[in-house]
Design a protein around this ligand. Structure first.
Ligand code: IPD
Ligand code: CA
Ligand code: CA
Length: 265
């Protein structure tokens, strides 16, 4: 991206700083103290420290902005227009298992609209950014969603409910429908990167239910700025409220929505 807005520059600088420490942690996984947040939902020192660094850096550059962050929840501020939505590590289970597929996800909302987005995998140095009306980029490359329209040729990503999460029956039905109609399905363990990869045309589509705003806020703008379509599973623009999401190109979006909802095409 030739020109980053000042806000996106600030987000990139914060993510790169937090990312450097995360790379060190990733290399020293065995020494990390890990505490349990709930069944199959671990939170590590790295998660908390990354979040702290991001909040510190962003607050220095943008004092007064509010935050919605995974570990700390909602953080108030006097600026009622702006809010950062942050997942310090999306793909924590991968991180803890030494799988280098996780990302820092930062979205900036202005008056309820996501205007800047960043998804950054510090290990692979893959930086995905988008700005409303300015396109989406992977490092220096402009992104466009894949053009495939034939269901039989598409690769679809998702997330499977893990222990303690509801919705397994529904997911298995959806998975069955997708497996029967498409070239394949992948579950890589980071919703933020799944969406970035849809924006990059690697995956043709991504769907998942019951996600949190910090999992998807940045990815939504990446896909939209790469000319993709994003909705919840009722076709509405309410992904941050419902936690359900389907992203694809505009030809595939409706057939996939029907397929996932059990309607015949
Ligand atoms: C998780 C990842 C995963 C998705 C889970 C999320 P976390 O976030 O995005 O792909 O399937 O539902 O909770 O816990 O690694 O930040
Ligand atoms: Ca997450
Ligand atoms: Ca996380």
């Amino acid at each position: 991206m030739r020109y980053l807005s000042p806000a996106l520059n600030v987000m990139v600088a914060a993510a790169r700083k937090a990312g450097r420490a995360l790379i060190r942690d990733f290399g020293e996984l065995e020494n990390l103290q890990i505490s349990k947040k709930g069944p199959a939902d671990f939170v590590s020192n790295a998660d908390q420290r990354t979040e702290r660094v991001l909040i510190e850096e962003l607050t220095k550059a943008r004092p007064g902005y509010r935050f919605l962050v995974e570990e700390g929840g909602a953080i108030a501020g006097p600026d009622k227009s702006h809010r950062f939505i942050i997942d310090p590590i999306d793909g924590t289970t991968n991180f803890l298992h030494g799988v280098p597929h996780f990302a820092i996800s930062i979205a900036l909302e202005r008056d309820g609209q996501i205007v800047s987005a960043l998804v950054f995998n510090p290990v692979t140095d893959d930086l995905f950014v988008a700005e409303k009306g300015q396109g989406a980029y992977h490092n220096e490359r402009r992104l466009k969603v894949a053009a495939r329209t034939n269901l039989a040729e598409i690769l679809v990503a998702s997330g499977a409910p893990f222990m303690g999460k509801d919705g397994r029956d529904e997911f298995l039905k959806e998975l069955d429908a997708i497996c029967a109609a498409t070239a394949g399905m992948r579950r890589f363990g980071s919703a933020a990167l799944d969406l970035a990869w849809v924006a990059a045309g690697r995956f043709d589509a991504f769907w998942e239910r019951d996600l949190k705003p910090w999992d998807i806020a940045a990815g939504i703008l990446l896909v939209r700025e790469a000319h993709g379509m994003v909705s919840d599973m009722d076709g509405r623009d309410r992904m941050l409220d419902t936690g359900d999401i389907l992203a694809a190109n505009d030809s595939l979006h409706k057939p996939l929505l029907d397929l996932l909802r059990g309607k015949k095409n």
